[in-house]
Structures are given as structure tokens and as C-alpha cells.
Design a protein around this ligand. Structure first.
Ligand code: HEC
Length: 231
């Protein structure tokens, strides 16, 4: 029975909102917490077992499901908390530096400090980073799943979903994965907007000759926070 549940939980994959509504085996839907349903618009549980096999041991199943719900809900809360504090620290450090020493010096904050700050939050089994479809630092390259989620977020934005509500959780390949969209804010325009000052543009192209992370507009999706936790 334990194996059954693990297979089910590990098989959660992000496909599409509609696919989630058509989750193939309803009795296992409770292994996704209600939190996860709201925060995971794109998740679907692909189960390799049949309903009749599951019915045999409903009580044991429900005990395991409850534990799994708790674990998943806890992971979501931790991920959301990491993103909140990581995002705030990045912004505060960046805006502080821009105020005191100007944008060119602040590029250093992103260039040098952003990866260090990300590293700081990558503790206790968590791997914390940022990604985007238009990159500045190529080492932030999205993997296949991240790419699919970025596309999905972009599609959801065109249907009027609020950017602050775009987040996704999934469990796959023995990992919990979490992504949350990042919006372009006022100060971001200085280094990612349409009208970079010549000094800023020069410094960015010196450090990132392949830079693609410009010409964003206020409120647009710049990319996403991306977290992983080995289960
Ligand atoms: C002072 C210039 C500057 C400002 C202002 C700035 N950034 Fe950046 N941003 C950078 C640099 C430089 C990098 C590359 C960091 C690295 O090497 O990891 C970067 C990288 C990123 C990345 C990682 C993906 C990638 O393209 O490598 C995201 C996401 C991002 N910035 C979002 C933002 C947001 C959101 C804001 C506003 C809150 C913002 N940035 C403001 C300079 C800036």
C-alpha cells in the first residue's frame, strides 16, 4: 500500500488546468491537499493503479493520504516563505545599493550578490534560484519542466490571471518542485526595461555579452523563482 501511494504522489506532473479537472482517479485526489489544488493549477495526478485495487485498503490509504497531505502542505508553506524572504532580501539589497551608489554599482549586487543570496537560501535540502525565458545570466537556464511552467504562466496571464497568483507545485523524480512568477516592478526597469541608460547598458553588455533580459514593461512577467527539495 505504501508503494501505491508513493507511486501516486511521485506521479504528480504539471500538464494543464483542464487536465487537473480530469484527474483520472478521483480516490487519490485527496493525496493532493486543498492548498495544492489552489496553488497548483496545472497539476495532474497520473496514477498507475486502478480504483478497485485502491478500495481494498481504504483505511490504511486514508491514513497515508493524511500524512502525505500534511507533508505537501508543509513543503508549500516553506517554499512560499523562502520565496518571500529571498525576494525581499534581493529587492532591499538592490534598491539600497541603487540609492546609495547608483545603478551601475547595483549591477554588481545582481552580478555578485544575487547568486550568493540564492546560495544562502539553499539550505536544509532546498535549492533556490531564479529563471526566465529571456536570460541575463545563462546559468539560470530553465530545464524542460521550468520552461513548460514559464510558458504556462505566460498563457495564464493572457487569460487575465493575476501575476501574483501564478505559482505551481509538483512532485516528480523524487523531488518537490515549486515555481512562482516574478513581476517587473518600477526599479527593475532601470536594468531590464526598454530605455536603459547608456552607462547601464554598457556595464550589462560588458558582464553579459549574451544578455536577453531587456525590453520588459512594468507589470510583465520577468521570470520565476524556482525551488527544488529532494524527498
Ligand atoms: C541594477 C541592475 C538591475 C536591477 C535594478 C534589476 N536587475 Fe535583475 N538582474 C540584473 C543582473 C546583473 C542579473 C544577472 C544576475 C546573475 O548573474 O545571477 C539579473 C538577473 C535577474 C533574474 C534572473 C534571471 C536571469 O535573467 O539571469 C531575474 C528573475 C531578475 N533579474 C529580475 C529582476 C527584478 C524582478 C527586478 C526588480 C525588482 C530586477 N531584476 C532588477 C540586474 C538588475
Amino acid at each position: 500500500m505504501k508503494n501505491l501511494l508513493i507511486i501516486g504522489v511521485l506521479a504528480i506532473q504539471c500538464i494543464s488546468t483542464n487536465a487537473f479537472a480530469e484527474m483520472p482517479i478521483s480516490s487519490t485526489s485527496s493525496s493532493i491537499s486543498s492548498d495544492l489544488v489552489t496553488t497548483m493549477p496545472a497539476a495532474v495526478l497520473l496514477h498507475s493503479q486502478t480504483n478497485s485495487e485502491i478500495k481494498d485498503d481504504d483505511y490504511e490509504m486514508s491514513q497515508q493520504v493524511n500524512q502525505s497531505e500534511k507533508d505537501t502542505a508543509r513543503l508549500i508553506m516553506v517554499a512560499q516563505d523562502i520565496v518571500r524572504t529571498f525576494g525581499t532580501e534581493l529587492k532591499v539589497t538592490l534598491v539600497g545599493k541603487m540609492k546609495t551608489e547608483g545603478p551601475v554599482a547595483a549591477i554588481q549586487v545582481c552580478n555578485v550578490k544575487a547568486p550568493i543570496i540564492a546560495e544562502k537560501y539553499s539550505s536544509d535540502g532546498w535549492d533556490v534560484g531564479r529563471t526566465s525565458t529571456k536570460l541575463r545570466n545563462t546559468s539560470n537556464y530553465p530545464d524542460e519542466w521550468e520552461n513548460a511552467i514559464l510558458d504556462q504562466f505566460a498563457a495564464q496571464l493572457t487569460t487575465g490571471v493575476d501575476i501574483d497568483d501564478l505559482e505551481v507545485s509538483a512532485i516528480m523524480d523524487g523531488e518537490y518542485r515549486y515555481m512562482k512568477a516574478i513581476a517587473m516592478d518600477g526599479p527593475c526597469l532601470i536594468c531590464h526595461g526598454e530605455n536603459l541608460s547608456p552607462v547601464v547598458a554598457k556595464e550589462i553588455s560588458r558582464l553579459y555579452p549574451q544578455d536577453k533580459a531587456i525590453e520588459y514593461k512594468l507589470g510583465e512577467m520577468r521570470g520565476a523563482f524556482t525551488l527544488r527539495f529532494k524527498l
